[in-house]
Design a binder for this molecule. Structure first.
Ligand code: MF3
Ligand code: CO
Ligand code: CO
Length: 289
């Protein structure tokens, strides 16, 4: 199934031969799904315990940054000051901020305010009372990537904005609960889309969750909206993000001339939360919590 031969070491890290470990259960569960047309993850997407531990270590930096930002985010703080903190904290702890120079991205984190859906570039902009901001942190430590983002509210925030911050959090949390081994990854988008619909919000389609861990962006593609096609089967050891972007109005967005900043087409608010998870035998573990 995984192009492992019978006498290779099992993918699970037990040290046993594949034929004496997971070969039978893999074939029994995955072969019928494959025959039904579901893509089965290639071997490289199934990480072993040592790799998962590497991601946990990386996540300690990501988590600490997002936590400390809770106290830092205030009216008057500039997004460049946020970026300087992220760069300093990451490098002082032996990590590398993954966004810096990634496909030409100029800064160490993404700061997406109000109508910015994602990939806002830190700069001279100062936070204003009533703003909502997503700060997205990806850390590389010893080659392992952890990716997480949170929303922050500046001063007194309108009722609309507060609700728009809370619903995507619920979308992410319920999406995480939908992670079950041997189910298609499309289950996640189904529950997220239902919650967004119930609130009259749009689900962004142009950006998705993604495999992460030993690369920044890999398979599977984690769509946050309902899908018709057969999506990839989730298998224990797969690591990916769930990062729904939810809009107050239309789901459609557009990219600004800087080639990064992605904003809502109708200029209404957008919010996002993100965690990195690993599929386990009975659900998943959140690695960035
Ligand atoms: N962290 C973002 C994600 O969740 C990706 C940012 S790419 C960058 O996938 F280049 F803008 F940093
Ligand atoms: Co991500
Ligand atoms: Co991210």
């Amino acid at each position: 199934m995984y192009r492992l031969s019978r006498n290779d070491k099992c993918w699970c890290g037990s040290g046993k031969k594949y034929k004496l470990c997971h070969q039978k259960s893999d074939e029994k569960i995955l072969m019928p799904l494959k025959r039904q047309g579901y893509p089965i993850p290639p071997r490289r997407l199934i990480l072993n315990e040592e790799q998962i531990q590497g991601i946990r270590e990386s996540a300690k930096i990501t988590i600490a940054i997002l936590d400390q930002l809770e106290d830092m985010v205030k009216e008057g703080l500039t997004t460049e000051e946020i970026d300087n903190f992220v760069h300093k904290y990451t490098t002082e702890h032996g990590g590398v901020p993954a966004p810096l120079h990634y496909q030409g991205f100029p800064k160490s984190c993404c700061t997406s305010i109000n109508n910015v859906i994602a990939h806002g570039i830190p700069g001279k902009t100062a936070l204003k009372n009533g703003d909502i901001i997503n700060i997205d942190i990806t850390t590389i430590l010893n080659g392992y990537y952890s990716d997480s983002s949170s929303m922050y509210m500046v001063g007194e925030v309108s009722e609309n904005a507060r609700k728009l911050v809370e619903v995507p959090k619920q979308c992410m949390d319920e999406g995480i609960k939908a992670v079950k081994p041997y189910r298609p990854v499309g289950d996640i988008g189904n529950v997220i889309h239902d919650i967004a619909d119930a609130n009259g919000y749009g689900v962004v389609r142009d950006l998705c969750g993604h495999g992460v861990g030993i690369k920044f962006h890999d398979d599977p593609l984690v769509e946050h909206y309902r899908q018709k096609h057969a999506t990839m089967i989730m298998v224990p050891g797969m690591v990916f993000t769930i990062e729904p972007m939810i809009n107050e109005g239309t789901w459609r967005g557009r990219t600004l001339a800087d080639n990064w900043t992605f904003i809502t087409q109708d200029n209404k608010l957008s919010a996002q939360w993100e965690h990195t998870v690993v599929v386990t035998e009975d659900g998943c573990e959140i690695l960035t919590k």
